[in-house]
Write a protein that binds this ligand. Sequence first.
Ligand SMILES: *Cc1c(COP(=O)(O)O)cnc(C)c1O
Length: 369
Amino acid sequence: MKFETLAIHGGEKKSAPHRAVVQPITLSTTFEHHEESLIYSRSQNPNRMALEELLAQLEKGSAAAAFSSGNAAGMAVFQALPLGSHIVAPSDMYHGLKKQLVELFKDKLEVTFTDLSDPENLEKAIQPNTKLLWIETPSNPMLKISDIRRLTKMAKEDDIRVVCDNTFATPVFQNPLELGADLVMHSATKYFGGHSDILGGALITKKSDEFWKQIVNVQQTGGAVLSPFDCYLLVRSIKTLAYRMRGHAEHAGMIATFLDQHPKVERVFYPGLTAHPGHDVAKSQMTGFGGILSFLVKGKPEDADKLISSLKYYTNATSLGGVESLIERRAAVEGPDTKTPQNLIRLSVGLEHLDDLLEDMEKAFYSIG
Ligand SMILES: *Cc1c(COP(=O)(O)O)cnc(C)c1O
């Protein structure tokens, strides 16, 4: 089955009575004891089973687990590691996951943050107790590209497990498990949900090994599971994922080109631009460059704020991956400790008509002189 077909017909109709075309939502938290029945909804639920099967197929893995958020999915990986393990993670790792490692796991895990867009940095960071390599590509919010094939090959030589945060690319454009990663992590809140109305996360594994069993144990005992209603919504949203992603990427590419030529823009970060330092690697591991870009506005942070507030169709809000365009000055959201440049604007390009998006952006630039 091709991706589009799988997205519509994969992992569906677990216990659908009356030949329902759409799987009903099973709200029951408990199930009558019977040989083949489920037991309790924290352990499993028909809607979660359907979603997890679908996710495993889309990412070409053997199993998946659907979590209450992307952060909960990431946290389950960290909790499944032996105490005192060392992790190598990207210096611009998604800030919420970085916060977990820096604050919540401070006395439990060791971590080295490094720029993984240069694979040499991994070599320098590996220690005898390194158990996990965390990759995020394209990264948030700098759109840095890490070479998944090269990094996983290096990690394998030292028996290090590799997780790839595939939120920005989605399986439409990138399959990290085929490139060598052991696990894929998603914030399903973003493109999987696609309409800014579901909070969810997922892990997909290549092998159902001991480490995976430990992750599932952390999830089912810890309880960070996705509700039946949200599982249902995600299965529904994923049916259009491929078409949405193509629209997002097409629009992002055009807006990146427009910004790249604008005199009031210092720099554009989008892996689809040939001048992007990660362009060639991105081309070798992605079939599309995604719908997120960021750029540096010439001038002060206030100019960036002014530009944002002059826009009509781009909402000044955090998050990404929805059909509506969202824009924000990232450093203002990440707080005083951030290394993100103060004049950096991140843009989640939506599915409004491209002409409207371009015209709106062009006009907004007049507001800053
Ligand atoms: C949003 C996001 C997360 C965290 O997911 P939540 O669903 O917000 O918990 C992790 N990684 C990336 C790249 C994200 O964009």
